[in-house]
Every structure is written in structure tokens, then in C-alpha cells.
Design a protein around this ligand. Structure first.
Ligand code: HEC
Ligand code: HEC
Ligand code: HEC
Ligand code: HEC
Ligand code: HEC
Length: 210
């Protein structure tokens, strides 16, 4: 309902029903104990037509000017990753949302919470929090979000845009569950090249090194 003027607005009307469904499955999980949780886990959306990349990394929490909880936004409130990271589908970078986007909701939501007070202070001072980078490839590597999001989401038959976070997770891990964003995938040359080999991506050195 707060996510208006956007291609995702319709999707968010559905959120209400989905939240209710989630609640029901949580109750079931609680009743069934661990087995129930396993079932909910197994029911997670999958991305069709892809061999997922292999490899993991356990990065540290990156300190931020305001601790931003991805879980509350992307999981509990089911806000699509691309509502905030709007450029992912059409450019090299995904982009971090400007404070104005936060304020679209936070002029009315949770205004009494300390972190939102701090955010409001930035906004009133016409400043933006200086978010620290979590992922940072060396400058000699060329990467682009667009090609990957187009291939695995928009040009992928049978893929539902609502599940885009599963594609982001290939390279960023389960951001949806994070209270603080951290690096969870190695993003080394081997990691990239093996996924290209498995999914007919380009293998020429100069595609990734310009
Ligand atoms: C309400 C807006 C919002 C939503 C929705 C959102 N993000 Fe973010 N994201 C942010 C902000 C703000 C930051 C910067 C703070 C940080 O890094 O913790 C960020 C940071 C990130 C980073 C780290 C960027 C870096 O510095 O390397 C990744 C990766 C990321 N988001 C992925 C996702 C994914 C995947 C989803 C969906 C599951 C998602 N985000 C949903 C606002 C959002
Ligand atoms: C194929 C791997 C891959 C996929 C898929 C992917 N990313 Fe990234 N992402 C990266 C890499 C690599 C970087 C670091 C780029 C750099 O340092 O130049 C990055 C950086 C970022 C950043 C911080 C810098 C920027 O680009 O603005 C954000 C935010 C981000 N990703 C969000 C997302 C979201 C949201 C999705 C899903 C819609 C996604 N990513 C899907 C590999 C990926
Ligand atoms: C589409 C609406 C929406 C947008 C956009 C949004 N948020 Fe939120 N945010 C929420 C909701 C809903 C909550 C949960 C509020 C609650 O639990 O009372 C929340 C909670 C938070 C919290 C936790 C507050 C606390 O202490 O409990 C922080 C911090 C936060 N948001 C920061 C941000 C930042 C920074 C941005 C912009 C990058 C942003 N939000 C954008 C809806 C939004
Ligand atoms: C999930 C598997 C996967 C992962 C992980 C992945 N890629 Fe890709 N990448 C692909 C596929 C498939 C394509 C071809 C997309 C197309 O052309 O439709 C591609 C395309 C590209 C392109 C575009 C080349 C061109 O045609 O201009 C670049 C650059 C690239 N990848 C770099 C990287 C880098 C760097 C990494 C690691 C940080 C990485 N990729 C990780 C699957 C992956
Ligand atoms: C799919 C993308 C991709 C392709 C194709 C690729 N590389 Fe890389 N390469 C990377 C990434 C990502 C890194 C950075 C790794 C890191 O930071 O750990 C890297 C790093 C390197 C480095 C620095 C190694 C080091 O130890 O720091 C060299 C040299 C290199 N690549 C050469 C090549 C050559 C030669 C080819 C062709 C045979 C090639 N690369 C093809 C993604 C790629």
C-alpha cells in the first residue's frame, strides 16, 4: 500500500494475503516442530533454467551509520529487492535507495523508533547516511547487474519477478534474513567462471577484464 507509483504496486496488494499465508505456515511449523520447519524451507521458490553457483564465504557484519534491517523490509514486509535497488535490471550497479525513498514510508511508519529518528534527522538536514560498501570487486574486474538480472529474471521463462531475491541470493546469499548486510559469497574469479561455464555465460577474459 505504501509502495505506490511503481511497477511493483500490484504485487504489494497481494502481500496482505501472502503475509496471512505465511502466518498460517508458521503456526503449522510451530505445531509440527522441526519437521514442519523443514517443510517450509523445502517449499522455498526456485529459479528455473539455471545451475546455481557453488561456494560460500562468511563475511563480517559491516558497520553502517544506521543499522538497516533487510529482514524487516524484504522478508516480514515483503518489499521487493528491486523496489529499493531499482537499477539492477537496467545498469551495471543496483544502487542504494536515496533517503527520500525511505521517507515515503518513514514519515508515518515507526517514527518513534531511535533509528528512524536518526534517519529523519539526516533527511531534515538534507544529508544522506554514508552507507559503507559490503561488496567491492577490484577495479580491473568488469561486472554488470543488468545482464544477469535480464538472463535469470526477465528473460527467464517460468520465473516470477516476485522471487527475484532468489537470483540476488546466487551472489549475495540470503539477504532477506539479514539484520545487517554482509558478504556471503566468495565472488572470486573461480566462482564467476564456474557459473559461466555451467550456464553458457561468456568465457573470454576480456568480458570480465577490460
Ligand atoms: C527498503 C529498501 C531496501 C530493500 C527492500 C532491500 N534493500 Fe538492500 N539495501 C538497502 C540499503 C539502505 C542498503 C545499504 C545498507 C547496508 O548495506 O546494510 C542495502 C544494501 C544491500 C546490499 C549490500 C550492498 C553493498 O554495499 O555491497 C545488498 C547486496 C543488498 N542490499 C541486496 C538486497 C536484496 C537481495 C534485497 C531483497 C531480498 C534487498 N537488498 C532489499 C535497502 C533495501
Ligand atoms: C551474478 C552475481 C550477482 C547477482 C545475481 C546480483 N549481484 Fe549485486 N553485486 C554483485 C557484485 C559482484 C557486486 C560488486 C560490484 C563491484 O564491486 O563492482 C554487487 C554489488 C551490489 C550492490 C552494491 C553496489 C551496487 O551495485 O549498487 C547492491 C546494492 C547489489 N549488488 C544488490 C543486488 C540485488 C538487489 C540483486 C538482485 C536483484 C543483485 N545484487 C544480484 C553480484 C551480483
Ligand atoms: C515500503 C515502506 C518502507 C520503506 C520504503 C522503508 N521502510 Fe523501513 N520499515 C518499514 C516497516 C513497515 C518497518 C517495520 C516498522 C515496525 O516494526 O514498526 C520498517 C522498519 C525500519 C527500521 C527498524 C526500526 C526499528 O528500530 O524497529 C529501520 C532502521 C528502517 N526501517 C530503515 C529504513 C531505511 C534506512 C529505509 C530507506 C533505505 C527504509 N527503512 C525504507 C517500511 C519501509
Ligand atoms: C548464476 C551464474 C553466474 C554467476 C555467479 C556470474 N555470472 Fe556473469 N553471467 C552469467 C550468464 C549466464 C551470463 C550471460 C548472460 C546473457 O548474455 O544473457 C553472464 C554475463 C556476464 C557478463 C556480461 C558479458 C557481456 O556479454 O557483456 C559479465 C561482464 C559477467 N557475467 C561477469 C561476471 C562476474 C565478474 C561474476 C562474478 C562476480 C559473474 N559474472 C558471476 C552467469 C553468471
Ligand atoms: C566471469 C568473469 C571472469 C572471467 C571470464 C575471467 N576473470 Fe579473471 N577475475 C575475475 C574476478 C571476479 C577476479 C577478482 C578475484 C578476486 O578479487 O578475488 C579476477 C582476477 C583475475 C586476476 C588477478 C588474480 C589475483 O590473484 O588477484 C587475473 C590475473 C585474471 N583474473 C586473469 C584472467 C584471465 C587471463 C582470464 C581468461 C582466461 C580471466 N581472468 C577471465 C573474473 C573473471
Amino acid at each position: 500500500m505504501f509502495v505506490s507509483n511503481n511497477f511493483l504496486s500490484e504485487g504489494c496488494v497481494k502481500c496482505v494475503g501472502k503475509t496471512a499465508k505465511r502466518f498460517v505456515s508458521m503456526v503449522f511449523a510451530a505445531l509440527l516442530g522441526f519437521g514442519g520447519l523443514m517443510f517450509v524451507g523445502a517449499a522455498q521458490a526456485e529459479v528455473p533454467n539455471v545451475v546455481p553457483p557453488e561456494g560460500s564465504y562468511s563475511g563480517e557484519d559491516v558497520p553502517q551509520p544506521i543499522e538497516f534491517p533487510h529482514d524487516i523490509h524484504a522478508d516480514v514486509n515483503e518489499i521487493n529487492c528491486m523496489y529499493c535497488h531499482t537499477y539492477a535490471r537496467r545498469s551495471k550497479v543496483s544502487g542504494i535507495p536515496p533517503t527520500s525513498k525511505c521517507m515515503g514510508c518513514h514519515t508515518v511508519i515507526a517514527t518513534d523508533k531511535p533509528r528512524i529518528k536518526k534517519l529523519t534527522e539526516y533527511w531534515e538536514n538534507k544529508e544522506s547516511p554514508e552507507w559503507n560498501k559490503v561488496h567491492d570487486l577490484p577495479d580491473f574486474v568488469h561486472f554488470t547487474h543488468e545482464k544477469h538480472i535480464q538472463r535469470f529474471v526477465f528473460k527467464n521463462e517460468g520465473m516470477d519477478v516476485e522471487n527475484v531475491s532468489e537470483v540476488c541470493a546466487f551472489c549475495h546469499g540470503d539477504v532477506k534474513s539479514m539484520t545487517v548486510a554482509k558478504k556471503m559469497k566468495p565472488l572470486t574469479m573461480g566462482f564467476c567462471v564456474r557459473c559461466h561455464e555451467a550456464n553458457d555465460g561468456p568465457s573470454d577474459c576480456w568480458k570480465c577484464h577490460k
